[in-house]
Design a protein around this ligand. Structure first.
Ligand SMILES: [Zn+2]
Length: 350
């Protein structure tokens, strides 16, 4: 049991659940059965229809996250309210979950800056996660499911779209007509960024080592997709003097080329560093280039609501593949092989 809030509402993952038990990679995540209970006051019990996994779950499985097992994996979940300890929700309501943890009570939370809460974290890392049959969560994390989405799509968007939305709007202040380069297209957050940037009216370019993923990115609407090796030359050729914004999540392997891809006064926004935690940068490029180097992680509840509104207006997530919960090992292995384009979903239906 993990306390998710100052008010003491417990996050509980119940019924059949995908549990990280041993730090040996995908094989260390196993299906276990946990007893089901009624939600406490202020909490909602959601019968999960679909959950989705992120790179974070893979790091967890490999023992890289300093999380002591057992831990139920996954941040993203969508399902049907089974029982509610809060009058805002009734059994049968179709919902999605704001995929973060915060106290909801501190000054930052009350002023809408959940990301600055001292207890800010991600479901499935700092608490048990959504890869389970029945998930209990604070009612303030529960939002209506967008009508136009399937269960798989509803579970595919929360964490990546929340993260990419905050990066492109709040942090990088992307405007319609501006140019964006999304590196490492294929990762869930990068595919989300392509879709969101297109939705906001930007011109989008992408990079990937994989020819197949470059092709998929073009199908999703990018103007051109470049190989990851020395992509800045091609970006500058395609745009004149470079893009307005680079969307980063790869880190050391791409950062130098990313900095070479923007014009003077451009912005780089990053939410991750999958290629390593330390990067070297050419300082003169940063200051002579009048560059903004912006960090971001996840997002506020208000930004999650903005994503929901954008989905109502046509924004859509990309589902790479769907596996039954019982095949969680195969789902994690697909992420481990970096074969995916978009999100890998776990289905609890049937
Ligand atoms: Zn707080």
């Amino acid at each position: 049991m993990t306390l998710s809030s100052a008010t003491g509402i417990a996050v509980l993952s119940q019924g059949r659940a995908a549990v990280y038990e041993d730090p040996i990679g995908p094989a260390g995540v196993r299906i276990r059965e946990r007893p089901k209970t009624e939600p406490v006051a202020g909490a909602v019990a959601v019968a999960i229809r679909a959950s989705s996994i992120n790179h974070l779950d893979l790091w967890l499985a490999h023992g890289a996250q300093k999380v002591t097992p057992p831990r139920v994996i996954a941040a993203d979940g969508a399902g049907v309210v089974e029982a509610s300890g809060d009058p805002a929700w009734r059994p049968g309501d179709e919902v999605v979950l704001y995929p973060t943890l915060c106290c909801w009570e501190c000054e930052w939370c009350r002023s809408g800056q959940n990301v600055r809460c001292a207890k800010f974290g991600v479901i499935g890392e700092h608490s048990d996660g959504t890869a389970c049959e029945l998930f209990h969560i604070d009612a303030r994390n529960v939002f209506r499911k967008p009508k136009g989405l399937s269960w798989e799509e509803a579970a595919a968007f929360p964490l990546t779209f929340l993260t990419a939305w905050r990066m492109l709007t709040t942090r990088a202040r992307l405007q319609a007509g501006e140019t964006v380069l999304v590196v490492g297209a294929g990762a869930g957050v990068a595919v989300a960024a392509i879709s969101i940037a297109k939705h906001l009216g930007a011109r989008v370019f992408a990079t990937s080592r994989s020819e197949l993923k470059r092709k998929r990115a073009v199908e999703l609407g990018v103007e051109a997709a470049f190989d990851s090796t020395e992509f800045s030359k091609q970006v500058r050729q395609a745009t004149g003097d470079g893009v307005d914004v680079v969307f980063e999540h790869v880190g050391p392997a791409t950062l130098t080329e990313s900095m070479r891809s923007i014009h003077m006064g451009g912005r780089i926004v990053t939410c991750g560093s999958t290629s390593g935690v330390k990067a070297e940068i050419a300082m003169p490029r940063l200051f002579w280039g009048q560059m903004d180097l912006l960090g971001s992680t996840m997002g506020n509840a208000s930004e999650f609501e903005a994503v929901l509104k954008a989905i109502d207006n046509g924004l859509r997530p990309v589902v790479d593949s769907t596996y039954p919960l019982a095949d969680v090992k195969a789902a994690l292995t697909r992420l481990d092989a970096a074969e995916q384009f978009g999100k890998v979903v776990l289905s609890l239906e049937g």
